[in-house]
Design a protein around this ligand. Sequence first.
Ligand code: SDX
Length: 431
Amino acid sequence: MSDATKTATLTIDGQDYELPIYSPTAGPDVLDIRKLYAQAGVFTYDPGFTSTASTDSTITFIDGGKGELLHRGYPIDQLAAKSHYLEVCYLLLYGELPSAAQLEDFESRVTNHTMLHEQMMNFFRGFRRDAHPMAIMVGVVGAMSAFYHDSTDPSDPWQREVASIRLIAKMPTIAAMAYKYHIGQPFVYPRNDLDYASNFLRMCFSVPAEDYEVDPILARAMDRIFTLHADHEQNASTSTVRLASSSGANPFACIAAGIACLWGPAHGGANQACLEMLREIGTVDRIPEFIARAKDKEDPFRLMGFGHRVYKNFDPRATVMKESADEVLDLLGVENNPTLQVAKELEKAALADPYFAEKKLFPNVDFYSGIILEAMGFPTSMFTPIFALSRTVGWISQWKEQLSDPALKIGRPRQLYMGETSRDYMDIENR
Ligand code: SDX
């Protein structure tokens, strides 16, 4: 981490405390408060971490004001247009774009780890058929620590590497199996002659009764969706993975914790919630009613797919996703998709409304992704599993970065206690 460039003076009860300030390569300066409690006997208070940096990192940077997202310095729109998911995985994991030989080796290692331990199939059969695929993914990924004992020790760099490849390689297989189990169809094994996105589509949509050809344009759209969801700084699920890992938990347990956190509708579950909202709106003429509800402080309803903790401009991923939605729906001949029409009119109406403009609420990555996924044939319950599949490389990259920090300590926040002070036990006859 950089050396302190200047200091801030904090005065409490007439006593001055000097706090070092670090200047990043991009983004706001940070105040180092690590010694504050020892020196001043006070905590800082920031329940939603709105002003708190939990770590230093070199992986991803977001400029919320400009609507910019960089992975190791490369803008997401360039990566979405010119790269592909496994190359972005390499970039996130190792810090640089690979040479042709490096990429070939990496893709070969991932391709040759896509199968699951055969005994894990029994796991799926323990779930009810109507289990949400995210519930299955949390369970199966957590259970990987019971099957892959030779890659559970986070202190061993080789085991970290093996666990990374296994997780990136097997997530599409697990997500596809969760889907097949959910709809009562037989599992489809991965194939080594298909690229990552094509393999996933085939594992989801092929059936033994007939041949299945992957549409290359759908595969490209699927790969682009994977790329757009790969990593996103210290979001809630990534912070969950980091916190779990700070205790020394094994990689599969940490990623299972990340999946569980991503499931929430305020986070990765928003893509499912957004499509369900668009369906509930149903027609363009009902948009004003829902806009009014989103603005009503008495109504807990929020426009799903809108707003972001960091972006106070367009989420650059939403911009790419919107272009992809037009392309995919045209290809599928559903360009008059009523849900897409409602989404486009809703976006226009919200962005024209002072409430959303003042609060800088713009469409985020989840606003258009569900429309594409639905058009591709996925049920809404598969939207967040696809987000989890894509984000696995981000969680893994951040997990590896944290473990490479020699100063790593267990994460243990303090609190502002407002409860009862010490009092004696009262016997029941006296209460
Ligand atoms: C993801 O962190 C990441 O990077 C996440 C993510 C990633 O890639 O990992 O980008 C993925 O999670 C995208 C976000 C998906 N979630 C949604 O689309 C759900 C709807 N959005 C909101 O719930 C909300 O915008 C959040 C959770 C995304 C952000 O919430 P914040 O930063 O805590 O903001 P807030 O709740 O304090 O809202 C600020 C104001 C509030 O009004 P006031 O109290 O100031 O009057 O804006 C309002 C909110 O009521 N507001 C909304 C709104 N989002 C915020 N009002 C209506 N509709 C919305 N969607």
